[in-house]
Ligand binder design. Structure first.
Ligand code: OAD
Length: 235
């Protein structure tokens, strides 16, 4: 089986009804990144941050994977697919994707404020009990916090993602503005000669001289088009 690595961003989940960050009307117009997605913001006003992610979790319970997520999961019958996602939602998994690397953490998980990557403290919330409150404790006794990689924090899974990208036979990018590193830098690890496809209705800041087939469509239509193209390219 050929190995396909797919890098996804907020545009992947846009058709499920989850706002992207940087498009007009996106989340970063309603909230300041520094307030809700940095360790400093959390130290300043933890309640605001806990509320922000409680709301995101509640919203996640109200949406479903889109056709794009489903088509991507269906490719596992023909390819060895690894999804490397910047998204913290669980829509890839809910659509049936089996190998998903969450670079920026997972919304449905919570962890220790003292040591966020301590596996003994990471636990998954359920859709029924998806809120955390000030005073809720992790296994190490510290305040529970969202299992999200905030700006300025290390991205522990990047090494694993790089290893996957280096072994790709086909690389696909879906719905990311490629503004955020190290995720955006993964493109540099795609072996020479490996075909690269981009699904995004808009122009993306593509800081690479690499040839790319840009499918200018949303995630669902774009995935259908990708499946046609893969056949044409004999991939
Ligand atoms: P952005 O909001 O920066 O980019 C979203 C991309 O999706 C843009 O290129 C849009 O053109 C595209 N898009 C919009 N609608 C689409 C659709 N229906 N189908 C396909 N693409 C569509 O989101 P990301 O690049 O994912 O990090 O942002 C990266 C990181 O920045 C996020 O993981 C988050 C954020 O701050 C943290 O919170 C740590």
């Amino acid at each position: 089986m050929k190995k396909m690595v797919v890098l996804t961003g907020a545009g992947m989940s846009a058709e499920s009804g989850i706002s992207t960050f940087r498009d007009s009307g996106g989340l970063w117009e309603q909230y300041r990144v520094e307030d809700v997605a940095t360790p400093e913001g959390y130290a300043r006003n933890p309640q605001l941050v806990l509320d922000f992610y409680n709301q995101r979790r509640k919203q996640l319970g109200e949406v479903q994977p889109c056709r794009g997520h489903e088509l991507l999961a269906s490719l596992e019958s023909a390819y060895d697919v690894t999804v490397v996602t910047q998204n913290v939602d669980n829509l890839h998994e809910r659509a049936g994707s089996r190998r998903v690397i969450h670079l920026h953490g997972e919304l449905m998980k919570v962890t220790s404020s003292r040591n966020p990557n301590d596996v003994r403290c990471i636990r998954e919330l359920t859709p029924e009990h998806c809120e955390i409150a000030w005073g809720d404790r992790a296994a190490d006794g510290s305040q529970l916090r969202p299992f999200i990689v905030w700006f300025g924090e290390a991205v522990p899974l990047i090494e694993k993602a790089i290893e996957e990208v280096e072994r790709a036979d086909v690389f696909v990018v879906i719905g990311t503005s490629l503004n955020v590193y190290p995720a955006a830098g993964l493109l540099n690890y795609v072996p020479e000669g490996v075909p690269v496809f981009l699904i995004d209705p808009n122009t993306v800041g593509w800081h690479s001289s690499r040839p790319v087939v840009h499918i200018r469509k949303g995630a669902s239509e774009g995935m259908a088009e990708l499946i046609r193209l893969l056949k044409n390219y004999n991939l």
